[in-house]
Write a new protein. Structure first.
Length: 450
């Protein structure tokens, strides 16, 4: 299946777009985040663009300061099941937390979507950074689990889930009406897992899908997150906005794979980008400024505070240098925290300027014409910063439609992107092998003949 290396793409689908002010645009659709027909159209547009993945993020707590597009939205795994019926090729990936689920239930949910979609499902495994400081209180907990402990728990969680997905060998359900044998008992396997955090017997009450198991996706940038990804992930989403830092992260994570008996092509790193695209650079800048003008500065800073450790910006004026603000790192999203502190050191912005920089103004490389966006993608892809991209449109559906109609043809002409899907499953799109069932034993007679 492996030919010339080509760009992989995932479309981040979230209401009217990732920009906090996108809902205020005159063309923005009301109630987009809970409109199933709207989401179907987004997924179909991404499929028309031959994207590998339609991606649905999640959060388990909201408050008055949350992003407008997450205040009122679908549960993601349920949404995937609906999108499976509206599409036929594109992979379907949703976020689910190891900290706030049980492995058995989660294994069953994603295995079900994998069957419903005929082998197109993936699980974005997160441990849940406590963006609001309130997540635990939605789950009968007084406090949130500390970062490193969450990853210790996640190490066990994924082993249990992947083990449960192998409860049945591919040909276990013989369903012989003549003999009355529904399944072969020798091809059913109980997990009997016992660890520090979980004790799970099994088997799971659903078999393996066409692609064997859902694809494992992760986004952790911390040291524990990278270790877990190197051992278990098949796709990693990264949000490093600086090219040189992206290259460093790419090579650091890929270099860890041999420690777990893996090769570089067994894990794809997709960098998050939020392009603003127009026929001229000047027109793209106008769109950026329009979004910036619609943003209430206080709203942007309140939204950022959750990602950056629950900062109380109300103590400061908007003209306060960001360098004077104390940012607590614990339980924030570490990739955002590290990048933000570096950005503050480099540009010394005021709080008034900070959100605009973080939203996309710090890297004008992604504001421009279709050719300029394609050039930037080609540079990041060919010079060792990414295997592909998580396309996080500031404005939906317009941003996705323009990208599909104007950027993708350029990438195709350059031989950097597929002309059509080459298979039916998400593993086919990503050139990942179907994982063998860990419990399968060779046929005794065949073994004896050898």
């Amino acid at each position: 299946m492996m030919g010339k290396r080509q760009i992989h793409l995932s479309a981040y689908l979230v209401g009217t777009g990732i920009h906090v002010a996108s809902w205020r645009l005159p063309t923005a659709k009301r109630n987009a985040s809970i409109d199933i027909e709207y989401y179907k159209q987004l997924a179909q547009t991404a499929e028309r663009g031959k994207f590998d993945i339609a991606f649905i993020a999640d959060s388990l707590a909201v408050n008055e300061d949350s992003h407008p597009n997450i205040l009122n939205r679908f549960e993601p795994i349920t949404l995937l099941a609906a999108l499976a019926g509206a599409t036929s090729k594109i992979g379907l990936v949703a976020t689910a937390s190891t900290t706030y689920h049980e492995p058995y239930n989660l294994a069953r949910l994603f295995a079900s979507v994998d069957h419903i979609s005929n082998g197109r499902a993936g699980w974005n495994m997160v441990t849940t950074g406590d963006a609001t400081g309130e997540t635990g209180r939605n789950f009968s907990r007084s406090t949130h689990v500390p970062h490193d402990q969450r990853y210790e728990q996640a190490e066990e969680f994924i082993d249990v889930v992947s083990g449960l997905w192998d409860s049945w060998e591919d040909d276990a359900f013989v369903q012989d009406k003549t003999t009355g044998v529904f399944f072969d008992p020798e091809k059913m396997h109980r997990l009997h897992y016992k660890g520090q955090h979980y004790t799970v017997q099994g088997p799971l009450n659903i078999g393996r899908s066409k692609q064997g198991q859902p694809v494992i996706v992760q986004a952790g940038a911390s040291e524990p997150g990278q270790r877990l990804a190197a051992r278990t992930a098949e796709v990693v989403f990264s949000h490093v906005k600086d090219f040189e830092r992206a290259k460093k992260f790419y090579h650091s994570l890929k270099s860890r794979l041999p420690d777990y008996g893996r090769t570089p092509d067994e894990l794809h790193i997709l960098q998050g980008i939020s392009p603003i695209i127009a026929d001229t650079k000047a027109e793209a800048e106008v769109i950026y400024e329009q979004l910036h003008d619609l943003l209430l500065p206080e709203q942007g800073l309140r939204f950022l505070s959750g990602y950056l450790g629950k900062v109380d910006f109300s103590k400061y004026s908007l003209d306060t240098p960001a360098a004077e603000v104390i940012f607590p790192e614990e339980n924030g999203i570490q990739s955002h925290f590290e990048w933000m502190t570096e950005l503050i050191r480099q540009k010394n912005p005021t709080l008034r300027q900070l959100y605009a920089l973080l939203e996309g103004g710090s890297n004008r490389e992604w504001i421009g014409t279709p050719e300029q966006i394609a050039d930037a993608m080609e540079k990041w892809f060919t010079q060792g910063a990414a295997d592909g991209f998580m396309f996080i449109a500031p404005i939906l559906p317009h941003g996705l439609e323009v990208f599909v109609d104007k950027v993708i043809p350029i990438l195709q002409e350059r031989g950097l992107y597929r002309l059509d899907y080459e298979g039916d499953t998400l593993r086919d799109h990503l050139h990942l092998k179907k994982p063998p069932n860990r419990f399968r034993v060779p046929n005794k007679q065949l073994t004896e003949r050898r």
